[in-house]
Design a protein around this ligand. Structure first.
Ligand code: GUN
Length: 305
């Protein structure tokens, strides 16, 4: 059996198109343009790539993009001062501080300084608590994207057994809460879990965000299960040859042994082109929603997002 591919690239493109139309309508009817402020402290190369991509897609959706690039030695006081300004700026509806922050900055403190209604990452304690208690709140982008992908397969998630591998604050924990809110039976596993293959074999749904290339093997997967791969790992790919400087070329792989897994799973997300594109699409959804809420306007209906 070959699994159905859940095409995140195509779904993200549809979501971005819907957001773009809603943004145009918001402008035409209310004269409001959603604005997203992204703050990058330091120059971590991976973060640079994400921030550039976020800015580009924000503008393509017709929103305003405000980028703040601060030096690696920025003090907590300076960063908090910027957040305070953005909190009260009526042109800014979403604020995202790219993580990880340099070690001298306390990310919990910084994130909790963002106004909860502008916290488009959904990382503020208020939003975390509200999602955790099943209330409407801003949902973290990657888990939101995963839920949209699962909605492609299951009209109703009730009663499904779901295993989340990885318990980060950004993906694993919120993913577990969202699946629980959807009435799944949820297991959240992590580095100290001793029987993950066994737990996986019991599960209708596996969501893996472990950062370990090829961790999930075909024989962990219950035949017909849905596998959502959040991993994005760059690994050497000698089969692709060598770069001009003599070093081996690399490729992106997920946390699932994809080629073998797709023969057992019922549905699976590829890497690249799976969860990755959904994350920024959901950031745009969150920014649009935040803008509507801040202006006391109803949220547009967005594809079950
Ligand atoms: N670093 C890695 N993923 C994320 C994310 O979703 N949001 C922020 N702010 N930083 C990240």
């Amino acid at each position: 059996m070959t699994a159905q591919l859940i095409d995140g690239k195509a779904l993200a493109s549809t979501v971005r198109g819907t957001v773009k139309d809603a943004v145009a309508q918001l402008k035409a009817e209310h004269g409001i343009t959603p604005g997203l402020a992204v703050v990058l402290v330091g120059s971590d190369p991976a973060s640079e790539v994400y921030v550039r991509s976020k800015g580009k897609q924000t503008i393509e959706a017709g929103m305003n993009s405000f980028e703040f690039r601060l030096s690696v030695d920025t003090s907590e006081k300076e960063l908090m001062g910027l957040i305070e300004r953005l909190n009260t700026d009526p042109e800014v509806h979403g604020i995202l501080v790219q993580l990880p922050l340099p070690a001298h900055l306390d990310s919990k403190l910084v994130i909790n300084a963002i106004h909860p209604h502008k916290d488009v990452d959904g990382f503020h304690t208020t939003n975390v608590g509200m999602v955790g208690t099943g209330q409407d709140a801003i949902v973290p982008c990657t888990p939101r994207g995963c839920m949209m992908m699962l909605a492609q397969i299951y009209p109703d998630l009730r009663g499904k057994t779901a295993l989340v591998i990885g318990h980060s604050n950004i993906v694993g924990k919120p993913m577990g809460r969202l699946l629980l809110n959807a009435d799944c039976t949820v297991i959240v596993s992590h580095k100290s879990s001793t029987n993950i293959p066994e737990l996986a074999r019991m599960s209708d749904i596996i969501v893996v965000a472990a950062g370990v290339p090829g961790l999930v093997k075909a024989d962990w997967i219950k035949p017909g299960a849905t596998v959502i791969d959040v991993g994005i790992n760059r690994v050497p790919a000698p089969e692709n040859g060598f770069k001009d400087d003599g070093t081996v070329k690399t490729k992106l792989v997920g946390d699932v042994d994809f080629d073998a897994a797709k023969e057992v799973a019922g549905a699976i997300t590829p890497v690249p082109g799976g969860v990755g594109p959904m994350t920024i699409a959901c950031l745009l959804v969150n920014t649009l929603s935040a803008c509507c809420n801040l202006n006391s306007l109803p949220e547009p209906v967005l594809l079950g997002a």
